[in-house]
Design a binder for this molecule. Structure first.
Ligand code: ARG
Length: 460
């Protein structure tokens, strides 16, 4: 047996090649799960003591030893050894150094396969709770900004072209609903974390009289996972989380893209606060929307994390395969990315200065009332196609002349075949107010939406 500190060296005659070792170790990635691993081991040892698989003295020694290991890891005093393949082996090795034989009993009725699957679910649950609060912060900021700007109008776009005026509140609330759906996905991830893999052993269960209900309960799960093969090899909750993160990334990317556009010199609908913008090393006049650009870019990375893990698992025969060790690289990357993105986006949005005069100028010129003119003609008995054609002709004539709809004279209307039209009905306020149906832009509809958004967030 090679004397290199491995916990599983008995079957081996020689040590591992360094090149293999470097590939195989997961400690640099999984060491962040030490609090969950200690918690899981303490629950396991207590249960082993309670059912009499180990003595209560051994269980007590393990518990005290793990408390010491916890302290060392927390204070940074823990020294990792060259043979520590992952966080599980590192903690067990150190425990055994501290408490001797009792430490050697900790892994009774357990495999790293059920252990790691349990640790990662506990970790994920904690991150989901924290991220739910980060999401809530962003949603509350968006709702607050929307409330401030119920009366601010800006051009709504299709194909990046002015289409119809909308309230800024309505525009911001669109993002709120995306995030409300993200929160539902996050809750579904928590739901997928309910079954405890611990006690599944390496793959086939264990032959000791363990109490899986006890460990499941103590570790905050609803019940033990019902099938040992599935328990050690399922990463469904992680895939669900990565889907949540990818979808959230898409939403934050759209918001980021919007802010980049709005902050551009040509649009100028927002000014970023200095605290959420950066300068150029060469161009002295620049104030760049980096936070928004990074939000735009990170979506691809989160999608890649999802695709990486889903791809790793698909095609894997049961049960545990070392491929699964890769799960944490994707998971932690996504967790870290989301936890960078959400607070920065919240800060950026809360400090944005909306340039309402620029928005006002943009809704006043142009042809944002064209559809409403056509609708009004339909109200007067025209067919929609005929109205569409006549308004199109009017728009063309005005545009050729460098004028907007507000400049149209009775002669322009008459030339397009439209008689006696009250042009004040085409002003931006009148147009947004006419969209009274639920989900539209009238003040009452947007106010109702604001209230619905507020109550969606209640209890988060
Ligand atoms: N570091 C491993 C992982 O993250 C722990 C499980 C190892 N299991 C094994 N059979 N080699 O997946």
């Amino acid at each position: 047996m090679p004397d290199d500190g491995r916990l599983w060296g008995g079957r081996f005659a020689s040590s591992q090649a360094e090149a293999f070792d470097r590939l195989n170790v997961s400690l640099p990635i999984d060491r962040r799960m030490w609090p969950q691993d200690i918690r899981c081991s303490r629950a396991h040892a207590r249960m082993l003591g309670a059912v009499g698989v180990i003595s209560s003295e051994d269980a007590a020694q393990i518990d005290a030893g793990l408390e010491q290991v916890r302290g060392e890891l927390e204070s940074g005093g823990f020294e990792f050894a060259p043979g520590d393949e992952d966080i599980h082996t590192a903690i067990e090795r150190r425990l055994t150094e501290i408490v001797g034989d009792a430490g050697q009993r900790l892994h009774t009725a357990r495999s790293r396969n059920d252990q790691v699957a349990t640790d990662v679910l506990i970790y994920l649950r904690e991150r989901c709770d924290a991220q739910g609060l980060l999401l809530r912060d962003l949603v509350l900021v968006l709702i607050g900004r929307a409330e401030e700007h119920l009366g601010t109008l800006l051009p709504g776009l299709t194909h990046q072209q002015h289409a119809q005026p909308v309230r800024l509140a309505h525009h911001l609330l669109a993002y709120v609903w995306m995030l409300v759906r993200d929160r539902e996905r996050l809750l579904a991830v928590l739901d997928a974390c309910r079954e405890c893999p611990l006690g599944a052993g390496a793959l086939a269960g264990v032959s000791f009289p363990i109490d899986r209900e006890m460990t499941a309960r103590e570790l905050g799960f609803s019940r033990p996972a019902p099938n040992s093969l599935d328990a050690v090899s399922s990463r469904d909750a992680l895939v669900d989380y990565l889907h949540f993160a990818a979808q959230l990334g898409v939403h934050l990317s759209r918001l980021g893209a919007e802010i980049v556009l709005w902050a551009s010199d040509d649009v100028g609908f927002v000014q970023l606060d200095d605290s959420f913008a950066s300068g150029s090393s060469m161009l002295p006049h620049k104030k760049n929307p980096d936070a928004a650009e990074l939000a735009r870019a990170k979506a691809h990375r989160l999608a890649a994390d999802y695709s990486g893990l889903a791809g790793t698992i698909s095609g894997l025969p049961l049960a545990y395969n070392k491929d699964l060790q890769e799960d944490k690289a994707y998971l932690f990357d996504a967790v870290d990315t989301v936890e960078l993105l959400l607070p920065a986006t919240t800060g950026m949005v809360s400090t944005l200065e909306f340039q309402t005069d620029r928005m006002r100028a943009a809704v006043e010129g142009g042809f944002l009332g064209a559809t409403d003119l056509a609708d009004a003609l339909v109200g007067g008995g025209w067919t929609f196609r005929r109205a569409h054609g006549a308004v199109g002709a009017l728009v063309k004539a005005l545009a050729d002349d460098g004028r907007g709809l507000a400049d149209a004279t009775p002669t322009d209307f008459a030339a397009a075949g439209i008689e006696g039209f009250d042009v004040t009905l085409l002003g931006p306020e009148a147009v947004v107010e006419s969209k009274k149906a639920a989900g539209g832009t009238s003040r009452a509809a947007v106010s109702a939406q604001l209230e619905a958004a507020r109550s969606a967030v209640e209890g988060w």
